[in-house]
Design a protein around this ligand. Sequence first.
Ligand SMILES: [Zn+2]
Length: 234
Amino acid sequence: MNDETALLDRDRFASAADYAYAMLRREIVEGRFSPGRRMREIELAQLLGISRTPTRQALSRLEIEGLLDLRPRMGLVVSVLDEDAVEELYEMRAAVEGTAAAMAARHASPRDIALLTRLLEQEAALTPEPNALYRHNRELHEAIHTAAHNRYLGKSLNALHDAIALLGPTTLAASGRPAIAHAEHAAIIQAIVERDDARAERLAQAHILGALEVRRGILERERKRDRGGDSEGG
Ligand SMILES: [Zn+2]
């Protein structure tokens, strides 16, 4: 695969299947395996340097999670989301992230608050590289979920995050968005620190709906580009 992927340490994983799952998931979530890519067991087993059985186990796990889709005659491919799915996904995420922020405002421990503050400071100093921004953003949101202290929250949010990653380049790659997202994160964390749950919820919802706006713009440009390509070809 590539240098970034090679960083995953195989010894950290309990089994070859867990390792394959983590590697493949990361390739998809970070966009190196894009929607529609065929996921052939033999090829992937070779890439990973493991046998076919654990590779197959990893693939079926990714399929159950919705990151892969079984297509007639093609076999497994990285899932492609349509326009409606995108809207539904962000609406759901706005609701759940809002709830998470409200819970964090009520339940965050001093340690949670110290972590959130530190992550916010780190974010201000980050280099504007999309994958670095994506990873940091995810870490920050996960810290809010942890601060919510609700064990049922995390799983649903992780699934939503992964599905959003299928959409390709993070909205944080859009020009101007990292600065806006940083200001929004700061405001959400401020509300959590002040124990204002209603404000934290409203701000977190607005943050996700802002990302949806950016996403709509990206998809619209992609559609125009595709249409342009068609008319030139025909
Ligand atoms: Zn964010």
